[in-house]
Write a protein that binds this ligand. Structure first.
Ligand SMILES: [Zn+2]
Length: 405
């Protein structure tokens, strides 16, 4: 069974009584405590929340509200803040969010990471974390602390300017943690490398990328869903790879239909909305993530009967409307283009003016590629131009997107 299940059983105190029903009841009690705490301590929620409300009656929290007044969300005195992260999004509207953590918040994250990582790594192994940097309490250093707790050593190379530097760093790793497109690129450059496992994080992982890394390195590939707003970790894969095991002891995840803003039915796609249950510095109630996924209530083959989060399929902001009927989205492009085994990496940019739209693809591949499948997906009014070039993702190091000129 996923080690996350064991962690939830212990953390909630439900132990052998843990089930989807007992968890729901436990979460309801925690939710009321978190609402009480947030209304007592944050000026934002004091005005917004009514105690004793059911989850679905509570108002949503929008990221723009967090951008507008981060201090209004803060529930602890400034001197008790252990870490502040400022985030700029990559979308069309520039947003800067400030996220606060207390020491307990960071320690909860380390706790969850340690449980999640047990799925893919064993005591005595070595990991290499190709994300973030070595700063105290950065994502990578929290992950390293969690690995030390399960007797796994970890390197954080920090700044990497090329795939060659990254390849040097990962040579001895049993587990490599990194962004999907970067890890795929490494696995194409050095197909002889044999890590035991790979964890794809910090961006959406297309199935084509997962499959090719597995094939190139003959290893197991895990995925993870995280958000800086909730202490990075929200859900993680198990060996069965059929949905992500949710951090139920600290979070409630809902799926909301965007047309009605009502909860989606089991298995129905919608927006991921997250409520924290134990955040001390910055509780967030029904926070709209903009990510698209679904919930899985059927038991996992690993033995867990708790709800899981389906594949993260993208962000609503990643859809660029081309006309009234069609849109372009980097994650769908990635699925199509990366499924071609000749392609190691590519960047996409869209040039639009009043009379034309041109999608430029800078592709690095072994040979020129057949783009007929891609052309079936691209709306007719978009011209596609391909430029074969070096496209080392380590030269840019950002989340996947269509660059708009
Ligand atoms: Zn499972």
């Amino acid at each position: 069974m996923s080690p996350v299940e064991q962690w939830i059983a212990e953390k909630t105190g439900l132990n052998d009584n843990l089930s989807a029903e007992s968890l729901r009841a436990w979460q309801e009690t925690q939710l009321q405590k978190q609402i009480q705490y947030a209304t007592n301590n944050s000026s934002f929620y004091r005005e917004k929340l009514k105690p004793y409300s059911r989850l679905t009656e509570l108002p949503f929290t929008h990221p723009s509200e967090l951008v507008a007044q981060p201090q209004a969300f803060l529930c602890i005195p400034q001197h008790q803040v252990a870490r502040v992260v400022t985030l700029s999004n990559s979308g069309t509207t520039p947003l800067r969010k400030r996220i606060f953590y207390s020491t307990n918040d960071l320690s909860n994250t380390i706790d969850f990471f340690a449980a999640g990582m047990k799925t893919m790594i064993q005591s005595g192994n070595h990991a290499c974390i190709l994300l973030s940097n070595r700063t105290e309490n950065s994502l990578a250093s929290l992950l390293r602390q969690s690995l030390l707790r399960i007797n796994v050593s970890a390197d954080i190379p920090g700044t990497l300017r090329s795939a060659d530097e990254a390849l040097n760093a990962v040579q001895d790793a049993d587990c490599i943690v990194g962004m999907p497109s970067e890890i795929l690129y490494l696995s194409c450059l050095d197909k002889k490398l044999r890590p035991k496992s790979v964890l794809l994080a910090a961006d959406i992982a297309p199935q084509a990328v997962i499959d090719r890394i597995k094939e190139n390195w003959q290893c197991d590939v895990f995925t993870h869903y995280g958000h800086t707003e909730f202490g990075y970790g929200c859900a993680v894969d198990c060996n069965c790879h059929d949905g992500l095991h949710i951090r139920h002891a600290d979070l409630i995840i809902e799926i909301i239909k965007p047309e009605t803003m009502q909860p989606a039915l089991d298995g129905q796609k919608g927006e991921v909305v997250v409520t924290t249950l134990s955040n001390e510095a910055m509780p967030l109630i029904r926070y709209r993530t903009g990510q698209i996924s679904h919930l899985i209530n059927a038991p996992c083959k690993c033995g867990s009967s708790l709800p899981r989060l389906g594949k993260i399929e993208g962000r609503y902001q990643d859809f660029f409307p081309v006309n009234n009927l069609s849109s372009l989205n980097i994650h769908e492009l990635d699925e199509i283009i990366f499924s071609n085994h000749l392609v190691r990496s590519y960047f996409a940019s869209l040039r639009q003016d009043e009379s034309s739209s041109v999608l430029m693809l800078d592709i690095e591949s072994e040979k020129p590629v057949d783009i007929s499948v891609l052309m079936n997906y691209i709306p007719g009014e978009i011209q596609v131009k391909i430029n074969y070039t070096n496209a080392d993702p380590f030269a840019r190091r950002i989340k996947r997107r269509v660059f708009v000129n």
